[in-house]
Structures are given as structure tokens and as C-alpha cells.
Design a protein around this ligand. Structure first.
Ligand code: GDP
Ligand code: IMO
Ligand code: MG
Length: 430
């Protein structure tokens, strides 16, 4: 059986982890393909909440193998902490269930320090990164000076680590005026991580091919979102990897003919963490209402950094863009329940830019800062919909909202999530 791709259709945090966990029940392999521990994916199973940053969200489903692709940037300390946390909760993370590509790049403490120093130096022009060392690690990858997880197999791994840290110490001290890191101590620490992680290192491309050959369904779990893509996102306010459907192929080492479903996950409204343009952002009571106070676990505060997320109306111009960039065959809407209680809803259907109205982005996402959204107004609903399990259970205004989105984007909605739990889902009948 072929590959199902799950990608974020917005600026991340769309509920990809929750959807991956749900769909993993029908898959034998789940693969993460982009980013690192800048991601934070939440899975809710009954009273249990799992917050994953690196380990694929398929791990909670017992019959899956989880793999991490070559396009990822992995902080081994964070990976081991996460694995230990899962093990303590009875989740099997043995090498037969979890595999790390030899090509995935390693995040060193020097990358984390550089990310922080660079953000600080930028001051008002900071990108609002997660400070997890993502940018500096991918910069090393592009410069061909990075260390990869396969290097953990080398006899002189510790020497390579200390060399890499010392190279960055010069930048940290001379450019940023920071204290140098103790390269030997980092090398020792990493030797310990290598000892534990060696059994997990694999040729992930081969593993995926073998799974496909055996007739397995492979599910790929996006991290970040389309608008954070290094090539097609709101540059420079993006991450440094390729979280779009195309990134699956390069990260996992598979060809496009293996893919038969491309699922875009979008919230029923818009959010963003960090800096950068967001035309439908709501500042004030409505934005606060969408964000929540933090009292609910799903309120809009970052899973990784705890930062409040910026909130706004659903932007269909950007969703159409995401559908094009990724080639969505399906849409999944999450957090429809959060819209309950608002009298009137708005959705961005076009932009005013350069004295004209545009339904699609004229220059990709580059002119967003100068674009004003054009809204369509739709009725809201007051009913609590968290118990809805069929389309017919939704109030008429809820059904109208979904119909409108589907029609405007031109991609069928197959699932609608009305709460964080596995069963809080509406399966749409097409
Ligand atoms: P991801 O990064 O795309 O996996 O998303 P996050 O886990 O960072 O953020 C999504 C948050 O929304 C998590 O707290 C989820 O438990 C929660 N969530 C997912 N789907 C729904 C939903 O349909 N309704 C509500 N209320 N919460 C949801
Ligand atoms: P998940 O997988 C939301 C954002 C950061 C920042 C920008 C660059 O949970 O959806 P980076 O640390 O990657 O260099 O930061 O990208 N960002 C995310 N925002 N969800 C994520 O992941 C994100 N990963 C990165 O907030 O604006
Ligand atoms: Mg998240």
C-alpha cells in the first residue's frame, strides 16, 4: 500500500499530532520528515496526554513502526529524554519500533547557543524562533559542515563533536561576545548519547521501501506548516526545513509515485507563533477569545515554548495557496469546537493589494504585510459541538461554515475534529 502524507496547511500547530495518532490506527509505519524539537505535537488518549517533539506521533499506536527521516534535525539529548519519558509510561521505544535516519543532522549545544545569540542580536528584527538550534543546524547542513546521526557510528565521533563545537566557539566568542562552550565536555556527553542511540540508526529510505513492498500503509507526519516552509513560506519568518509534501520525498528518500493521499490539516481559524505577517490576525477581545486563557489544554499557547499564539480568522487565500503547494487531495479541519459561542464568523476570501482584489496570492506569500483581507461573513452558533460525531449533529451554521470552506478551497473535507480526544471526530461522507 502507498504513502499518506499529512502536512500542516498553516503556520504550524494545526493538530497534526492528533490527526497522525488517529490515522496511525490504519498504518503500519509512521514517519516524521521535517524539523526537530521546534515541533510540539499533542496527543490525547483518554486521561493521558502525550507531548511529542521528535518521536513520531504514531508511537502511541502499538502496531506501528516509527521512523525519523534524513530531512530532520535531531537534538540527541532531547530525543533520549523523550524516549525515556515514553518508556516510563509503558510505550515501547525499542529499536524495532523506532528508527533514526543516518542522514538526520545533529543539533549540538553550539547550535542552540548560536540560535539564541543570533535572535538576541537581531533585537526588534528577531525572527521569533523556538531557540532550539534549528537554523544554525540546517545552515551547517547546507554548508556541508554538519554532523549527522550516522557519524555516531564512527570511532572518532567524540573528536568530530569537539571539533564542531570549537569551530562555533570562535563565532560565539568573537562575533556574539558569548562565553565559549566546553568542547571536551560536550564531546563526552555526546559519546554517551551515541552509545544509546547507535542501535536506532537506520537507512530510513530502505525501511520505507521494505514497508511499502510488504504492502504496508506508510503515514508521514508533517511538522511545522506550509507557510513556514523555507522555499514557499513567509520568508524570512520561516523555519529552515521543508515541511511541505515535497519535503516528504527528499527527507524519506522515496519517489512521488508512492504517494496516493495528501492531507492538509488546518484549524477552523488561523494562528501563528513568532514574528511575520498575518493578514487576518485579530488583536483585542476576539483574538483573546480564540486564544483562550490557558485554562484548557488546547488553548493557543505553544506546546514547545509556551508562547501565546497570535490568533485570527481563517484565511482561505492562504489555504488555497497551501492546497496548491502541496497538492492536497483532502482537508481535515480541527478545532471547529473553538468557534462555538461566537455570534458571527468571518473568513478571509481575498486580499486587497496594489489597488486590486486578489483571490490568490499574486507573488506567493511575499506581499502579505501589505495585503488587507477581504472577508465573507458567516453566521456563528452557540451550541457545544464537542459531542458531535456526524455532520448532521452540527448546527446549520456549523455545516454552512464547512461547506463554505470546502467550496472556496476546492478540496473535500474528510474529517472534522471537535475536540482533542481520539473519538472527538466527525467522518464526512462524500
Ligand atoms: P500540532 O503541532 O499540529 O501537532 O498541534 P499542537 O499539538 O501543537 O496544537 C494543537 C492543540 O490543539 C493541542 O493541544 C491538541 O490537543 C488540541 N486539539 C487538536 N484538535 C483539537 C480539536 O479539534 N479541538 C480542540 N479543542 N483541541 C484540539
Ligand atoms: P509544530 O510541528 C508552530 C516557528 C517558530 C518561528 C519560526 C522559526 O508544532 O506545528 P525555528 O525554531 O524553527 O527556527 O523557528 O517557525 N515554528 C513553529 N510554529 N509550530 C511549529 O511546529 C513550529 N516550528 C517552528 O515559532 O516563528
Ligand atoms: Mg505544535
Amino acid at each position: 500500500m502507498p504513502i499518506t502524507i499529512i502536512v500542516g496547511a498553516q503556520w504550524g500547530d494545526e493538530g497534526k499530532g492528533r490527526i497522525t495518532d488517529l490515522l496511525a490506527a490504519e498504518a503500519e509505519m509512521v514517519a516524521r520528515f521535517s524539523g526537530g524539537d521546534n515541533a510540539g505535537h499533542t496527543i490525547t488518549v483518554g486521561n493521558e496526554v502525550f507531548k511529542l517533539h521528535l518521536v513520531p506521533s504514531g508511537i502511541v499506536q502499538p502496531n506501528t513502526v516509527s521512523v525519523m527521516g534524513a530531512g530532520m534535525a535531531v537534538n540527541p539529548k532531547k530525543l533520549l529524554e523523550e524516549m525515556d519519558g515514553l518508556m516510563e509510561r509503558g510505550i515501547d521505544v525499542s529499536p524495532s519500533r523506532l528508527k533514526l535516519s543516518a542522514g538526520a543532522h545533529l543539533i549540538l549545544p553550539s547550535h542552540v547557543a548560536l540560535d539564541g545569540a543570533s535572535e538576541e542580536t537581531r533585537g526588534e528584527d528577531a525572527l521569533g524562533t523556538t531557540k532550539r538550534g534549528i537554523g544554525p543546524t540546517y545552515a551547517d547542513k547546507a554548508a556541508r559542515t554538519g554532523l549527522r546521526s550516522g557519524d555516531m557510528l564512527a570511532a572518532d565521533f567524540a573528536r568530530r563533536v569537539s571539533q564542531a563545537v570549537n569551530a562555533k566557539n570562535r563565532v560565539l566568542v568573537e562575533i556574539y561576545g558569548c562565553h565559549p562552550l566546553d568542547a571536551e565536555a560536550v564531546a563526552d556527553e555526546f559519546e554517551g548519547y551515541a552509545r544509546r542511540l547507535r542501535p536506532y540508526i537506520a537507512d530510513v529510505s530502505l525501511q520505507v521501501h521494505l514497508a511499502l513492498q510488504a504492502g504496508s500503509r506508510v503515514l508521514t507526519e508533517g511538522a511545522q506548516g506550509t507557510l513556514l516552509d523555507i522555499n514557499h513560506g513567509t520568508y524570512p519568518y520561516v523555519t529552515s526545513s521543508s515541511p511541505i509534501a515535497g519535503g516528504v520525498l527528499t527527507s524519506l528518500g522515496v519517489g512521488p509515485r508512492e504517494v496516493d493521499r495528501v492531507i492538509g490539516v488546518t484549524k477552523a481559524f488561523q494562528t501563528r507563533v513568532g514574528e511575520g505577517p498575518m493578514p487576518t490576525e485579530l488583536i483585542g477581545p476576539l483574538g483573546n477569545a480564540l486564544r483562550g486563557t490557558g485554562a484548557n489544554p488546547w488553548d493557543e499557547f505553544g506546546t514547545t515554548t509556551g508562547r501565546p499564539r497570535r490568533c485570527g480568522w481563517l484565511d482561505l487565500v492562504l489555504l488555497r495557496y497551501a492546497a496548491r503547494i502541496n497538492g492536497f487531495t483532502e482537508l481535515i479541519i480541527t478545532k471547529l469546537d473553538v468557534l462555538s459561542g461566537l455570534d458571527q464568523l468571518r473568513v478571509g476570501v481575498a486580499y486587497k493589494y496594489g489597488g486590486r482584489e486578489w483571490r490568490d496570492l499574486p507573488f506567493g506569500p511575499n506581499a502579505l504585510a501589505e495585503s488587507q483581507p477581504v472577508y465573507a461573513d458567516l453566521p456563528g452558533w452557540s451550541k457545544d459541538i464537542t459531542g458531535a460525531r456526524e455532520f448532521a449533529d452540527l448546527p446549520p451554521a456549523g455545516r454552512r461554515y464547512l461547506d463554505f470552506v470546502q467550496q472556496e478551497v476546492g478540496v473535500p473535507i474528510t474529517l472534522v475534529s471537535v475536540g482533542p480526544e481520539r473519538e472527538q471526530i466527525i467522518r464526512m461522507i462524500s
